[in-house]
Design a protein around this ligand. Structure first.
Ligand code: ADP
Ligand code: MG
Length: 365
């Protein structure tokens, strides 16, 4: 099984002109829209074609994208498999719109829809089991900013300047030590928690996008299903990566440049990892950045979907071409289905630290 890479072209914004559009979507031999075409920046008569698992144009709604790309993964999650979902693209391409989305119901992104779906499914399963099955949802949310990991459930003033350490845990998974894991049992509760956490993100205005966040945001939702005989937990991680643009074009001063350099370094390392994997090299440079260590693409992600966000216009030509090239290599990355072993056999256990310790559990430091 390989990473499922799908492209999503965002609509033109008010300030953008129709005539500046450079991307088009075409049907593959199977009659499905899967091909994205872009002119060669050096020779406008020549076009490059990229073939993905699916390609969505500007008319694609959040609902549609969720139904076709995210909803099917939830079934796997409830069967005990891990899932990774990430958005890749230049700043201004629609990553945050895709993952988080807007306030209105129709604009809600993949993450709130994912949670809504998980809660709905949990309730239905609990009800159908006549009280035999209980399902708990908990989550961690952190950002990686200038190669440091910060807990987004902690206010910024509580941050240690060096960030949280990363450890290898059992089963080869990489974990962030000291990260809070917060139980969250309803969509309402999630929305409050998520909005508050998003306000804790490190943001800076750049030339490309004033609202852009320069950090990678990683939300991990753990679903624990307990039956009379076993308890099984699986995790879905939803990642809104920092902008993939070449920092030489953002033209920013000092601090921004430091940020930009390390953001670009982690995405550069990610590209190197993907290249090494696609060439079947024995050494994959995961350890060269925190983001790639944690993501460990192709190692421990389980079912993986990458949404390649694309802005439609000429202003992004070179960055869009390099995003397309990256995505083209990513689709060759093989991932393994990870079926989590039951963590406990027997009746459900009494409440653990997660429910007694002020609602917070932590990975040991
Ligand atoms: P990124 O997170 O990649 O920097 P954003 O998600 O902030 O990009 O999107 C940039 C702008 O485009 C925002 O104003 C956003 O509302 C708008 N946008 C992105 N995708 C869509 C979409 N599918 N439909 C409508 N507006 C969109
Ligand atoms: Mg964003």
């Amino acid at each position: 099984m390989s990473v499922r890479v799908v492209a999503r072209i965002r609509p033109l914004l008010k300030a953008e002109a129709e005539k500046d559009q450079i991307l088009s979507i075409h049907e593959a031999n199977n009659g499905k829209p899967q091909i994205v075409k872009i002119p060669n920046p050096k020779s406008q008569h020549e076009e490059y074609s990229f073939n993905f698992a699916a390609a969505y144009d500007a008319t694609c709604t959040q609902q549609e994208l969720f139904d076709t790309e995210v909803a099917p993964t939830i079934k796997h999650l409830f069967q005990g498999f891990d899932v990774t979902l990430f958005a890749y693209g230049v700043t201004g391409s629609g990553k945050t719109h895709t993952m988080r989305g807007g306030k209105s119901l129709a604009d809600r992104g993949m993450i709130p829809r994912l949670l809504s779906n998980i809660y709905r499914k949990s309730k239905a399963l609990e009800k159908a089991s006549n009280g035999e099955t209980s399902i708990n949802v908990s989550m961690s949310y952190y950002e990686i900013y200038t190669d440091k990991v910060f807990d987004l459930f902690e206010p910024p003033e509580k941050r240690t300047p060096t960030g949280l350490p990363i450890r290898e845990a059992e089963g080869g998974k990489t974990v962030v030590a000291g990260l809070s894991e917060v139980p969250c049992s309803s969509l309402k509760e999630f929305e409050i928690l998520y909005d508050k956490a998003n306000a804790n993100r490190s943001v800076g205005s750049t030339k490309l996008n004033a609202e852009s966040s320069r950090s990678h945001a990683i939300l991990c939702v753990k679903v624990t299903i307990s039956t009379a005989t076993e308890t099984r937990a699986s995790t879905i991680c939803a990642i809104d990566l920092a902008g993939s643009e070449d920092n030489r074009r953002t033209g920013n001063v000092k601090e921004r440049m430091v940020e930009s350099a390390s953001i670009n370094k982690s995405l550069f390392v990610l590209a190197q990892c993907v290249e090494a994997i696609s060439k079947k090299q024995s050494r994959i440079p995961y350890r060269e950045s925190k983001m790639t260590r944690i993501l460990s693409l192709g190692q421990n992600n389980g079912l993986t979907v990458m949404i390649l966000n694309l802005p439609p216009t000429k202003a992004f030509h070179l960055d869009t071409l390099s995003s397309l090239n990256f995505a083209n290599r990513t689709k060759k990355v093989e991932v393994r289905e990870i079926e989590n072993e039951p963590i406990f056999r027997g009746p459900p256990r009494p409440p653990t630290a997660a429910t007694t310790n002020g609602g917070m559990a932590r990975q040991p430091l």
